[in-house]
Design a protein around this ligand. Structure first.
Ligand code: ADP
Ligand code: ZN
Ligand code: ZN
Length: 757
């Protein structure tokens, strides 16, 4: 059925039906209607296109957008209407968004509805926020006369309004309705009498406080200037580009973004700047506002749906030049997008964890190519993906090597925790760290203690020799389950937990379970006079308290800040001269192929926190695995060497970016159910492909977290060097599910997963 039929010399579209939404900005996004593609339009209908269709009972001529194409009708075709024609007005901003949604659906696996909901800001049932107000039209004397008249007539409601107007000439409509309990007819009647006017202004909520004082651009360094010009040059020549700016924190990357955006704005173009939510601090935003004023807006999770919608509307109307926000800001409908900047490009939060599981980097590249815009990625520790593409010449690579505002790189000590134990030190703090902490407290300088909590899954290691219990087939660490079994979450391998370390025979074979709270307690015990602040997911439930804790620390209200990875991002603390990383291997032993990369990034970032001011900084990395390359290269602040080792490992084991991976994840009420479905799927692909070269099928196996909310989770992995092959497999699996009536099974697809599920 693959071949194209030819009819009157025209290629005939194999898809004979189109799903169409008729009203884009309303809730109707939820409801596409299916239409027949008439023979005359065959081969011409594509997603994103505007078409005219007969709609509703009266077959009203209506504009619709094609969102999906299909070969088979969802309901009897003879009852289906036909597309009338292609709308001459052509593509709109919406067309691009729909094309993006369609691409996401095909590229990541999702329903077209979920993809549309992701890219199109859905106007909510609440009406556009309206600011209605009433204004008094008569003078005080006349008003008092009217009050008397109304009092005589016992028009109590009117009297309340008029008394209120005696005090304020303008009153918000909502206040009258809700607080003074005035009904609309009363106000309408007053308007008719000519006593008041009712005015409505549709008003766009702007979350940006007005900032006074513009800032002039810094004179860029020669290197920064070169990058700005080179990027602009590519843009002007109409070369679609993706560039990667690799530069340590403080090397002037943001200043480069600002320089490029300035030139874009001068050309009448707009910019999207993605920043991880956690780094969206006031400090960062201020730099943008000071440069570009109130034509900058910010999108973040504290905005209501209505506010988000407003921002999108402002962008569409051309009232904004720059939008800053986390991954969802990508879908801002700018009329003439010039560039998408993705700062801290390596951050995990750029990957969506719900359907469609899109990655902001790839999606940005897709959107940019639709719009003829450029993409600039920036990071101190680029993702393996980005650096790999740059190494292959697909992305252009720029470097910034020096810190611009003094502050040399910190001095790093790596402490072997096995030696500490041998020497009888069982405290959380190594002798070196303790010694340096005492020094800093005496000198009145600040300390950050960092614990990577992500390692909590419960890996098992030997406290005497550092040996980690690993799966013999997968090179990932085993997780301990309550029943005393060790399990590999990649392949399902199980073994009994040994009593003694298989490597050295010691009996200290334990899970590492220290949390930030225990550290805080230990600090109190060792340094009772020190003031300590703690920051982790528990202490920052509320949005503000994150900023509050950081500003309290920045203001010198504490000597020591204890925290998880949250403390290593964004903020600058010039008075911090010591950073202690308590257990560097915690993140190394996640049963995850990205563990080494994540560890390197975190350690590098954490180390970079020390010595940002005038005084030099020191860093202590405590670890059971001082010989691990992630730790060695983080200590040396040497990205290239880390990359070389890491990419070799990925190539050897065919992990992304060297190859691609498709995770199929099921959740089911019955333990067997999910596994059976996935086994069926694995079987289906094995049958279709036979022993296809380069295709690896792994699992099914219980997921890393095998049960959540009484639902059992299983995973199945496919690996292949060709992404398109995996997309093909995903399509086959979707068909398989339809054919086997598995539509109600909860199965999700995740391409190149960031975490094991
Ligand atoms: P990054 O984004 O790489 O962390 P920034 O752009 O924030 O780096 O720059 C770090 C610091 O250096 C900031 O305080 C910034 O104002 C300053 N800076 C950047 N470029 C210049 C320059 N050309 N001249 C002077 N100061 C600069
Ligand atoms: Zn395994
Ligand atoms: Zn051992």
């Amino acid at each position: 059925m693959k071949e194209q039929f030819v009819h009157d010399g025209q290629p005939v579209q194999k898809e004979r039906y189109a799903d169409i939404i008729v009203d884009i900005s309303h809730e109707k996004v939820d409801r596409p209607f299916q239409y027949k593609i008439p023979a005359a339009l065959s081969g011409q209908i594509v997603p994103g296109m505007r078409v005219r269709v007969p709609f509703g009972r009266g077959n009203r001529d209506t504009t619709g957008y094609v969102v999906d194409l299909c070969e088979e009708a969802d309901y009897p075709a003879e009852k289906m209407k036909e597309i009338a024609c292609i709308d001459e007005k052509g593509a709109t901003v919406e067309s691009d968004l729909i094309k993006t949604a369609y691409w996401m659906k095909s590229h990541y696996g999702s329903t077209v509805i979920n993809a549309l909901k992701t890219v199109i800001p859905v106007k909510h049932k609440l009406k556009q926020p309206e600011k209605k107000k009433i204004t008094r039209c008569v003078d005080t004397k006349e008003l008092q006369r009217q009050i008397e008249v109304c009092e005589k007539k016992h028009q109590k409601a009117k009297v309340r309004v008029l008394y209120a107007l005696l005090e304020e000439e303008i009153l918000p409509y909502a206040l009258l309705r809700e607080k003074l309990n005035i009904a609309a007819p009363t106000l309408n009647s007053l308007e008719k009498q000519g006593i008041i006017t009712i005015e409505t202004e549709s008003y766009y909520r702007n979350p940006v406080r007005r900032i006074s004082g513009r800032e002039q651009a810094k004179a860029l360094s020669e290197r920064q200037q070169f990058i700005v010009e080179d990027v602009m040059n590519d843009y002007r020549l109409g070369r679609p580009f993706v560039s990667l700016l690799h530069g340590i924190t403080g090397s002037g990357k943001t200043e480069v973004y600002l320089g490029i955006i300035e030139q874009m704005i001068a050309m009448g173009k707009q910019a999207i700047v993605l920043i991880p939510e956690i780094a969206l601090t006031y400090q960062t935003l201020l730099r943008f506002y000071k440069r570009f004023g109130d034509r900058v807006s910010v999108m973040n999770s504290t905005l209501s749906m209505g506010e988000k919608y407003d921002q999108m509307e402002r962008a569409r109307r051309g009232e904004l030049d720059v939008i800053i926000g986390p991954r969802s800001a990508l879908f801002t409908p700018f009329p003439a997008l010039g560039i998408i900047v993705i700062d801290e490009e390596h951050e995990n939060s750029y990957k969506s964890e719900s359907m469609p599981r899109y990655h902001a980097r790839e999606t940005a590249i897709q959107i940019a190519s639709l719009k003829g815009a450029g993409v600039l990625l920036g990071s101190a520790t680029p993702s393996l993906e980005a650096y790999y593409r740059a190494a292959k010449g697909e992305y252009k690579l720029y470097r910034l090597n020096e810190r611009l505002t003094g502050g040399c790189l910190p001095r790093v000590y790596t402490v072997d925790l096995r030696e500490e134990l041998k020497n009888g030190n069982r405290s959380i703090f190594s002798r070196k760290l303790k010694e340096l902490m005492e020094e800093r407290l005496a000198a009145g300088e600040q300390i950050m203690l960092f614990l990577n909590r992500r390692g909590y899954a419960g890996f098992i290691s030997c406290r005497a020799c550092g040996h980690v219990m690993k799966c013999p087939h997968c090179d990932v660490s085993l997780s301990e389950h309550r029943n005393g079994m060790l399990i590999c979450h990649y392949c399902g391998h199980e073994e009994k937990k040994p009593k003694l370390c298989p490597s050295c025979g010691s009996k200290y074979l334990l899970g590492f379970k220290a949390g930030t709270q225990q550290i805080e307690e230990a600090v109190h015990k060792e340094f009772p006079e020190a003031a300590v602040l703690r920051m982790d997911a528990d202490s920052t439930r509320k949005k503000e308290s994150y900023e509050q804790i950081l500003s309290a620390f920045a203001d010198g209200k504490a000597d020591i800040l204890v925290g998880t990875q949250m403390i290593v991002k964004g903020h600058d603390f010039p008075n911090v001269t010591l950073v202690g990383i308590l257990a560097a291997d915690l993140s190394l032993n996640q049963n995850d192929y990205r563990a080494g990369e994540r560890t390197f990034q975190l350690l590098t970032q954490a180390a970079g926190r020390a010595g940002r001011g005038e005084r030099p900084g020191e860093v202590v990395i405590q670890t059971y695995q001082p010989e691990h390359y992630s730790i060695i290269h983080a200590a040396g602040q040497d990205y290239e060497s880390f990359y070389e080792e890491e990419i070799t490992y990925r190539e050897l084991l065919q992990y992304p970016p060297a190859a691609h991976m498709l995770a199929v994840m099921s959740t089911a009420k019955e333990e067997k159910q999910g596994e059976t479905v996935l086994s069926g799927m694995a079987g289906c692909i094995r049958d279709r492909f036979g022993p296809e070269k380069g295709l690896y099928i792994i699992g099914p196996a219980p997921a890393a977290v095998s049960k959540i909310n009484d639902l059992y989770r299983h995973t199945l992995y496919f690996k292949h060097s060709d992404y398109e092959k995996l997309v093909q497999i995903k399509d086959m699996l979707e068909t398989y599910m339809k054919e086997h009536d598995l539509k109600n099974q909860n199965v999700q697809f995740d391409f190149d997963p960031m975490n094991t599920f």
